[in-house]
Unconditional design. Structure first.
Length: 112
């Protein structure tokens, strides 16, 4: 689990503001299936929101901590029943492969 700096956390909270929850922790709690789904969502998006069904704040805090430990994610925010998690994905930051025959120049206007 990577510890986020206050500046990183602030920037991630701003990015997460417009996001909708992509995973829900239901009545059965934090199961292996839910953890797997959170892992897939983090792989695809890096920054996600998770909705927790529990009314108990301590339970939600435990789920957040357990999820971060199990998946190597960082907790960003916990407001009400919404948990925000971040895990950097090297796949999302990899530069696009160059296609053969491309010179790297931007094509200009075509002359007629």
């Amino acid at each position: 689990m990577h510890e986020l700096t206050p500046q990183e956390r602030r920037a991630l909270r701003a990015r997460a503001h417009k996001l909708a929850p992509v995973v829900m922790i239901g009545d059965k709690g934090l199961t292996e299936a839910v953890l797997a789904e959170i892992g897939r969502a983090l792989d695809a998006h890096e920054l996600i929101k998770v909705r927790a069904a529990s009314d108990e704040r301590e339970q939600r805090e435990t789920w957040l901590r357990q999820t971060c430990e199990a998946l190597g994610a960082s907790p960003v925010q916990h407001i009400g029943k919404i948990l925000v998690l971040f895990r950097e994905s090297p796949e999302l930051h990899r530069p696009a492969p160059k296609r053969p025959g491309m010179t790297g120049r931007t094509p200009g206007k075509l002359k007629r």
